[in-house]
Design a binder for this molecule. Sequence first.
Ligand code: CUA
Length: 327
Amino acid sequence: GLLLVMVGLLFGLTGCGRADMSVLDPAGPVAKMELSVIMTSVYIMTGVFIVAMAILVYVLIRFRRRKGQDLPPKQVEGNNWMELTWTIIPLILMGILAVPTVSTAFALDQKQTGPNTMNVTVKASQFWWQFEYPDLGIVTAQALHIPVGTKVNLKLETTDVMHSFWVPRLAGKIDLVPGRVNTMWFEASQPGEYQGKCAEYCGPSHGVMDFVVIADTPQQFQAWVQKMKNPQVQPTSAQAAEGEKLFAQNCATCHAIAGTNFKGVLGPDLTGFADRPKVAGVLDNNSTDVEKWISDPVAIKPGTKMPKLPLNQQQVSALSAFLEGLK
Ligand code: CUA
């Protein structure tokens, strides 16, 4: 029964309900190393459980009260041989577990150098993620693009409370702690989209502090970098031009868009907004959901610092048209 509960918890807590969020399906070397530590510990725990249960069952049967037996049975105090055994065996098992755990922890912290490496700074805020590419001069939010087969060195910081970076199929969890910079690296072996989540309770919208890692082919990644450096920012319609004006008045204090005069840093950078798979990390990126988000952000992410603006439906649609033109 207990074993079933343990296995159930293992699957439940590793997010097995979602195929794209299973630590049991690693898509890169770091996730593989982490899974190997998890499995080592599961094998040891299973072995201990089976042996302990076998001894328990043996003792229950072997030393049961038999007919005609008087109580109490012979009292035994102290047995050096047994006490040594049940001290040394757990010590050995903990040693077996400690070696891969500690060596993996240090290996994940090690900055990767040489060809096929890159640097990304992750900044977490309630309740969104910023990704900076210091060597490329690019800033983005909510969707982290990386080239496949490249070791990505992460520096992780928070602008407010503790958060935790977790992409179950690739890497993590690693905490983002106020006042310090944590480091780790990870790599995606196959192209694809990998769901990420905040894994440290950080406020009312912790549960929807989602992001995604997009592993591109090297060509796709270069194309994305070029687009982010020379984004399309000109409004493509009269409605979008109206939206740009409203953006300047209402949004530019907090949001930046590369290639424009909008340089706010309090909220997510919106360069290339239309190409992101999600809005605010959790909504679909289409005009209906963008309008839903702008109309009432707090309804979708309680505790968000993005205010509900006094805009009418026509103005919200104009803003959405402007944002959906940012490619
Ligand atoms: Cu950020 Cu939980």
